[in-house]
Design a protein around this ligand. Structure first.
Ligand code: AMP
Ligand code: FE
Ligand code: FE
Ligand code: ZN
Length: 285
């Protein structure tokens, strides 16, 4: 039996492990394959590929794109994103610019509330695709909050006093873009935000004509019931299934690489099925 993890983050976005450390950790955990799915960036993939080659781990080139949709925030995973994808790179660069604008507004709100935090500091403490977890870490290091979760609950999360909504982005555009480039497209953690079932279903249905391939059933935020619910939904819509921990390293200490909310490891069969789906479309993995 082989085990995998198709949802992980590195320091190229808000993970705590460098891409090489992430691959080394996957090796230690005995995983045969991982997908690096950093938020709005492909920048960690070259380093990860080198490390994966050295340790004989299969690396799936991935990314996770955050969009603000009518049903709230939705994350879209792309797998087997091509190496030469100028259109995707320029889209991701646009998304990162939007992130910077939002980060700057959040910092201003925090400053107004008396916190000693600056944009320069944020840039010094982070590289790549910067977001709220990096700000949470600064608030934690300065003793303003006792945990990262606390920073989200009080200040950075929805309902928090420094919350700024993400700029709207049409999920159809993202699905079309990824699919058009030959990537396999999945909705990440569909049950994370407790969207009402009918709204979620019509959202998923609406993306299917544009190339949506799969739903993420196994995830650290999905217990057995939620995992089963997603599997059922995917069957009904004739979609594939994916699974990953959403590992971020020490920044999210409750999430272990290669493990999901049901307490299980993720079977290599899930990757094989996804690959078959990908190949059925005539695309190389
Ligand atoms: P951003 O991309 O700037 O909107 O930040 C969102 C990211 O913050 C998510 O992808 C998660 O990795 C992380 N996040 C969201 N809520 C929490 C939380 N309560 N505790 C820790 N991390 C969180
Ligand atoms: Fe994240
Ligand atoms: Fe996500
Ligand atoms: Zn993620």
């Amino acid at each position: 039996m082989s085990y995998i993890d198709l949802h992980t983050h590195s320091t190229a976005s808000d993970g705590a492990d460098t891409p090489s450390e992430l691959v080394e950790n996957a090796h230690k955990k005995g995983l045969s394959a991982i997908a690096l799915t950093d938020h709005d960036t492909l920048d960690g993939l070259v380093e990860a590929r080198e490390a994966a080659r050295d340790l004989n781990i299969e690396l799936v080139r991935g990314c996770e794109i955050s969009v603000s949709a009518d049903i709230g925030e939705v994350h879209i995973l792309g797998f087997w994103v091509p190496e030469k994808a100028d259109k995707l790179e320029s889209f991701l660069s646009h998304m990162r610019e939007k992130r910077c604008e939002r980060n700057s507004l959040i910092i201003k709100k925090l400053q107004k509330q008396g916190f000693q935090i600056s944009e320069e500091e944020l840039r010094e403490n982070a590289q790549g695709s910067i977001g709220r977890p990096h700000m949470a870490r600064i608030l934690l290091e300065k003793g303003y909050v006792s945990t990262i979760n606390d920073a989200f609950d009080k200040y950075l999360g929805k309902g928090g006093s420094a919350y700024v909504p993400r700029a709207k982005m049409d999920p159809v555009y993202v699905v079309k873009l990824l699919s058009g480039l030959g990537a396999t497209v999945a909705i990440a953690h569909p049950l994370l935000n407790n969207v009402p079932a009918d709204k979620l279903e019509s959202f998923i249905y609406g993306l299917m004509p544009y190339g949506l391939d799969a739903l993420e059933a196994w995830h650290s935020a999905h217990d057995e019931a939620k995992t089963r619910q997603v599997i059922k939904l995917a069957k009904r819509f004739n979609l594939g299934l994916t699974g990953g921990s959403d590992y971020h390293g020490v920044i999210k200490p409750d999430i272990a690489l290669g493990e999901v909310g049901t307490g299980e490891r993720i079977s290599g069969e899930i990757l094989e099925n996804l690959k078959n789906l990908h190949k059925q479309k005539g695309l190389p993995c």
